[in-house]
Design a protein around this ligand. Structure first.
Ligand code: GTP
Ligand code: MG
Length: 197
């Protein structure tokens, strides 16, 4: 087990409430229901640590988890959830944007996209905006257990094609499944590597 210890630290409504101890952190973001909380539970090997739900919009705060006594894993609310009111979408958007642009201890952002889908407009726009904030990011393809290997490879290739229209250098991409634990070692080793720099 790569995670020896995982502790929930706190939920914050804004960046000012987040831990101020200067410890490196790695955050997970993506559309509502894409599988952020499930992935966090899979990575930490602790089911039920992050709250999972079939109803989108479950995670509404910035959640910090302290891993192996050395870094924070951060679960963020989803973006682009159509069923919430326009006003609450705007509040989430401001919260996420402020976090991404101003959180100095954020080392890498993992952007989760559903591996079954063609690149979605809301995801592409979100990724595009990351270029302006200069935050290093990785694309995570979720729910890979729900499609065939060949469809997965095809969808990843489509994503690479789409992103190369705008980016000279493509971000790292990792396929994952909270069910089969696919991608667990790759994500954890990548974080470990970054954390040693
Ligand atoms: P919000 O907090 O609402 O933004 O959602 P989230 O991105 O945290 O998604 P969550 O982890 O709550 O998962 C949403 C639904 O997808 C749940 O019903 C999960 O069981 C399901 N799910 C998540 N990951 C996987 C996966 O890898 N495979 C399968 N088959 N289902 C998954
Ligand atoms: Mg969640």
């Amino acid at each position: 087990n790569l995670v020896k210890k995982a502790l929930f630290v706190k939920s914050s409504a804004k960046i000012e409430e987040c831990p101020a101890d200067g410890i490196n952190e790695y955050a997970f973001i993506g559309r509502s229901n894409v599988g952020k909380s499930s992935l966090i539970n899979m990575l930490t090997g602790q089911n039920g640590m992050a709250k999972v739900s079939q109803t989108p919009g479950k995670t509404q705060l910035i959640n910090h988890y302290f891993i192996n006594g050395s870094w924070y894993l951060v679960d963020l609310p989803g973006y682009g959830f159509a069923k919430t009111s326009k006003a609450s979408r705007a509040i989430f958007h401001a919260m996420i944007t402020n976090y991404i642009q101003n959180r100095e201890t954020l080392i890498n952002l993992f952007v989760l996209v559903d591996s079954r889908l063609e690149p979605q407009k809301v995801d592409l726009e979100f990724i595009s905006a990351l270029g302006e904030s200069q935050v290093p990011f990785t694309i995570i393809f979720t729910k890979a257990d729900k499609i065939s290997k060949s469809a997965l490879q095809r969808n990843i290739a489509t994503y690479q094609e789409e992103l190369s229209k705008e980016w000279d250098e493509l971000p790292k991409m990792i396929a994952t499944s909270a069910e089969s634990k696919l991608g667990r070692e790759e994500v954890m080793h990548f974080i470990d590597e970054l954390n040693r720099l």
